[in-house]
Design a protein around this ligand. Structure first.
Ligand code: PSU
Ligand code: MN
Length: 339
């Protein structure tokens, strides 16, 4: 308790002036946010930062692979010259940038079984009830935007679930992209979803969608190509950064989605994984999981893992390591535009 008070005090006197205004105001209102010193320094000096989510750690992968992946994703961000800011909630406090021990704590789902999957609707509850939680894309977008972090790398964005036209199961991630001026770099949306309807919905919301790569095909998570076309394509970090900068200059408040295809060497296995995905989706409809809201995605990911004897996990790791690198490069390019 004493240490926390000292840290807040020192940040108030040292660099708070240089932090983004929205974040400063939140801290002034007493928002329970702890900013990692390295992230704080990067924010104050306009160094490139990449936000990373933690639902993939708490609900997306088994321990200890989740921890190893989170670490290697941070390493890939660093390899580009950018600084990772892994975001999560511990004991009701928002962490922007996790200490290694905090990442380990959230990842160890064998011991720490109480972490909540935190979407926008859950954030205030988790803070008030002093919970631990992994932030989904939606909550990570909110907190990245609050902190002025312009790039967020992840594996798969949520979207319109299969049968979503009846169940209305549409991830809050999509809506959040209309509110947060952040580039979300992902391997597309998960193939457990209805990719066509997800793209239609993003069009309705006015969210720009790009394939970041050599084809127009929007990526399908485990597969580089979904069969659906992206409205736009870029193939280098400077152009991606220019898109984001154009939005900034216009004062637009929405995000941008960059879909980075999984490396081509995973294309063949992707086709096998897709068969398991179809089976898992059928099972979830039969056993009612598809109607259980936030439980659906973690259940489907786990089931695809079982059906493919872990092969889906290898692809999942490869694609998120890849988006982390691309996200880092975009963040570095964006920071140069601000010089
Ligand atoms: N993709 C993964 N693993 C995950 C997720 C996506 O490979 O754990 C998480 C992301 O955090 C995403 C969330 O924001 O699932 C979407 O959940 P829902 O469909 O309930 O909105
Ligand atoms: Mn949902």
């Amino acid at each position: 308790m004493h240490r926390r008070a000292v840290r807040l005090f020192s940040s108030a006197t040292r660099t708070k002036q240089a932090l983004p205004a929205a974040l400063t105001h939140a801290l002034d209102r007493g928002a329970p946010i702890d900013i990692h010193p390295e992230v704080e320094e990067a924010l104050a000096t306009n160094k490139p930062l990449v936000a990373l989510e933690t639902t993939i750690v708490t609900h997306g992968m088994p321990y200890p692979i989740n921890l190893e992946t989170a670490r290697s994703v941070e390493k890939n961000v660093r390899s580009t010259g950018a600084i990772p800011a892994t975001i999560g909630v511990i004991d009701g406090r928002v962490k922007i940038g996790l200490e290694p021990s905090q990442l380990e704590y959230l990842a160890d789902t064998d011991t720490n079984t109480g972490s909540v999957k935190l979407s926008r609707r859950d954030l205030a509850a988790a803070i008030a009830l002093k919970k631990d939680g992994g932030t989904t894309c939606s909550t990570t977008l909110i907190l990245a935007a609050l902190a002025g972090i312009k790039v967020f790398a992840t594996g798969g964005l949520g979207g319109v679930h299969r049968g979503g036209e009846n169940s209305m199961d549409v991830s809050a991630d999509l809506q959040e992209l209309t509110r947060c001026p952040v580039a979300l770099v992902s391997a597309g949306v998960k193939s457990i979803l209805d990719i066509g309807r997800t793209l239609e919905y993003l069009e309705t919301l006015g969210v720009p969608v790009f394939t970041y790569g050599k084809t127009d095909d929007f990526p399908a998570f485990y597969s580089p190509r979904s069969g659906f076309k992206s409205p736009w394509r870029v193939n280098d970090p400077d152009t991606a950064a220019n898109v984001l900068f154009a939005q900034t200059k216009l004062g637009m408040k929405n995000g941008v989605l960059f879909g980075v295809p999984i490396p081509e060497s995973y294309a063949e296995i992707g086709e096998d994984l897709q068969k398991a995905v179809e089976q898992a989706v059928r099972e979830s409809e039969d056993n009612g999981i598809s109607r259980r809201g936030k439980e659906a995605t973690p259940w489907l990911l786990r089931r695809v893992g079982q059906l493919t004897e872990g092969k889906s996990l290898a692809s999942n790791i490869a694609l998120i390591e890849n988006t982390a690198t691309k996200g880092g490069l975009i963040a570095v390019s964006y920071a140069k535009l601000l010089e």
